[in-house]
Design a binder for this molecule. Structure first.
Ligand code: C2E
Ligand code: CA
Ligand code: CA
Ligand code: CA
Length: 279
């Protein structure tokens, strides 16, 4: 009652204060998390569509909070992006993924290609190219082991010269993938301008693949388009054998999803890498 009587304006500002305070608190704990090294990477395997070969893994960040347990990226990446901390976090992810590849190589573990998510903000800074070069140099890994995932909306965002940026990244020898393909404000024209290797079909299309003729037509068309442009195509979020079969029929190259494997901590992934056919 009391709140209503105070009127909507003060009610609104109270809410704002709480939201701002929460954000500041989150920013503060993210800074600490970086210092205290509370982040870690999980790795989700990617497979040939028939499931026979493990063709890569995607690095997905996790925050192991000392009190709150494992925090998923959706709960902190947006704050990291708003506060600019994503620059430091993104650099850590890049370094850590490269170091992990180097550790696997040293331990004689069959090494898959590792995909790393690049946030839109990282594309705004030319330092990404230098950071990539430094991470590759420090770890001594072959650049073609690494794949960078960028979203279409990041490429279309104002102030980003995506063509130059991707070209510069590509010159370092890494592979480039478009993440969440089909969901952004996409212009198909960019597909021929940009030096890409892989299209990742968004999970929302995989979800509807069997239930909707339209989704099926879209997936079929993305696969044909990708192949015509010389790109590999991967479907995300594959959860059922029926989806896998449909994707096999459509000649999709790779699948990723809970049906095959969830994102795994390093030790569990290593076990899989020693057993699976790694391409
Ligand atoms: P994304 O890049 O689209 O990653 C795929 C997400 O879908 C992951 O969630 C993964 O666990 C989940 N997923 C994979 N297969 C399935 C499935 O079959 N069913 C369902 N329901 N989900 C599936 P996660 O790890 O929570 O990551 C969420 C998002 O957070 C990522 O979406 C990405 O946008 C962002 N993210 C994760 N790690 C990083 C990072 O290191 N840097 C940046 N900038 N963003 C990251
Ligand atoms: Ca991704
Ligand atoms: Ca995705
Ligand atoms: Ca997504």
């Amino acid at each position: 009652r009391a709140k209503e009587q105070r009127g909507s304006l003060s009610f609104f500002s109270d809410d704002m204060t709480v939201a701002v305070q929460q954000r500041l608190a989150m920013e503060q704990s993210l800074r600490q998390a970086l210092e205290r090294q509370e982040f870690c990477l999980y790795y989700q395997p990617q497979w040939s569509t028939d499931g026979g070969h493990l063709t890569g893994v995607e690095a997905l960040i996790r925050w192991q909070h000392p009190d709150r347990g494992m925090i998923p990226p959706a709960a902190f990446i947006p704050v990291a992006e708003q506060s600019g901390l994503i620059g430091q976090i993104g650099r850590w992810v890049l370094q850590e993924a490269c170091r992990q590849v180097a550790r696997w190589q040293a331990a004689g573990v069959p090494v898959p290609r590792v995909a790393v998510n690049v946030s839109p903000q990282q594309l705004h800074y030319h330092s990404l190219v230098d950071e990539l070069a430094a991470a590759l140099e420090e770890s001594g890994i072959e650049p073609e082991r690494l794949e960078l995932e960028v979203t279409e909306s990041a490429l279309m965002s104002p102030g980003v010269n995506a063509e130059d940026m991707l070209q510069a990244l590509r010159e370092q020898g890494v592979r480039l993938a478009i993440d969440d393909f089909g969901t952004g404000y996409s212009s198909l024209a960019y597909l021929k301008r940009f030096p890409l290797d892989l299209l990742k079909i968004d999970k929302s299309f995989t979800d509807d693949l069997l239930g909707s003729k339209e989704a099926h037509a879209i997936v079929e068309t993305i696969i044909l388009l990708g192949h015509r442009l010389g790109l590999d195509v991967l479907a995300e979020g594959v959860e059922t054998p029926a989806q896998q079969q449909a994707l096999e029929q459509l000649a999709c190259d790779h699948i990723q999803g809970y049906l095959m494997s969830r994102p795994l901590p390093v030790v569990e992934l290593e076990r899989l890498l020693r057993d699976a056919h790694v391409d």
